[in-house]
Ligand binder design. Structure first.
Ligand code: PMP
Length: 322
């Protein structure tokens, strides 16, 4: 079945091909927008697409929008409803990734944050963002993470992702899968678009929120699952670069990355070079949680009810043909 490719743009659902922004738009010129990434997981047995922690993502978007003096005309619940409708109108019955953005709309030359902002959202199919089936070869980037007093990393601000793009590209150009970025103090911050954990002596360690990181929702998920499902506690403290080389295990986590084992850092093996036991158990549990296979954690899921019936009614409502 072909997808309808509908986006939410300027207050209504329109064909994706028509969801276009003028070249003079402030956000395009100066990176003045904040965004989110939300995964939807298709569960073939349930015939359901589940959004993972959408309310938390939208709450973060609303918070971050205020960093750029934007106020969305929707609360987190209304944004969840829009996301479900977006899924239904597109008709996806596979894993997807939703990209909501709040952006400055002024058509002006000049950087100041003038009044005028809007919200848009589109969805694309997505499987792995990084390969989770094998340990990744990563390098410590020569690029430093943007500082809180430059562009707050916790803000998920579009312009700040130039920093991520430089680090991710450098790593790939040098033959690695991904980058780890240090902050201005020389301590580990995170990956280009994911948080990082290491395991030492059967305990997890992740970088603290003052390390110039995004306060990841998957990071929080991992801490909870490690504690309640594995009985493993997490320390939140600065991580030295050299700890990456001697860790028993290391992994990235994020909405896109999910849980991705790190096999080596700067060509030094992490542990045995294979995904370690804590990483593997977390990967398995995370897979079950996100697809709604563990009752207790269904609290984190929002069903999109993408049944044949809702697809039919969505296509009537959408008014945009194939
Ligand atoms: N750090 C950065 C810089 C990111 O872009 C992301 C992806 N959103 C993450 C961490 C992981 O955050 P989350 O788990 O909320 O997706």
């Amino acid at each position: 079945m072909r997808h309808r490719e509908v986006a939410f743009f300027e207050g209504s659902f329109v064909p994706l091909a028509e969801a276009n922004i003028n070249v003079m738009t402030h956000a395009f010129n100066y990176g003045t927008a904040v965004f989110e990434g939300i995964r939807g997981y298709w569960n073939a047995d349930d015939e359901e697409l589940y959004l993972f922690r959408p309310r938390d993502h939208f709450a973060r978007l609303i918070q971050n929008a205020s960093l750029l003096k934007m106020k969305l005309p929707y609360d987190a619940d209304a944004l969840c409803d829009l996301a479900v409708e977006l899924i239904q109108r597109n008709g996806y019955r596979e894993d997807v990734y939703i990209r909501p953005l709040a952006y400055k709309t002024a058509r002006q030359i000049g950087t100041k944050l003038s009044p005028g902002d809007d919200f848009t959202m589109f969805v694309v199919p997505m499987r792995d963002y990084v390969d989770t089936s094998r340990p990744l070869a990563v390098s410590v980037s020569s690029w430093r993470r943007v500082e809180d007093n430059a562009i707050p990393a916790r803000g998920k601000i579009c312009g700040a992702y130039v920093n991520s793009a430089l680090a991710a590209t450098e790593a790939r150009d040098n033959g690695y899968d991904e980058a780890i970025v240090l902050n201005a103090h020389g301590k580990v911050a995170e990956g280009a678009a994911m948080n990082i954990f290491i395991a030492r002596n059967s305990k997890l360690v992740t970088t603290p929120i003052y390390a110039d990181i995004l306060e990841g929702i998957t990071r929080h998920t991992v801490v909870e699952l490690a504690r309640w499902e594995l009985g493993v506690e997490t320390d939140f403290r600065p991580i030295d670069r050299s700890e990456l080389y001697i860790a028993d295990e290391a992994f990235f986590c994020g909405t896109g990355a999910q849980i991705a084992a790190i096999g080596s850092v700067d060509r030094r093996l992490v542990g045995t070079g294979q995904a370690g036991p804590i990483t593997r158990r977390l990967q398995a549990i995370y897979g079950d949680v996100t697809r709604g296979r563990i009752g207790h954690y269904r609290k984190w899921l929002l069903s999109c009810r993408v049944t044949s019936r809702s697809l039919e009614s969505a296509s009537c409502l959408a008014g945009v043909g194939d």
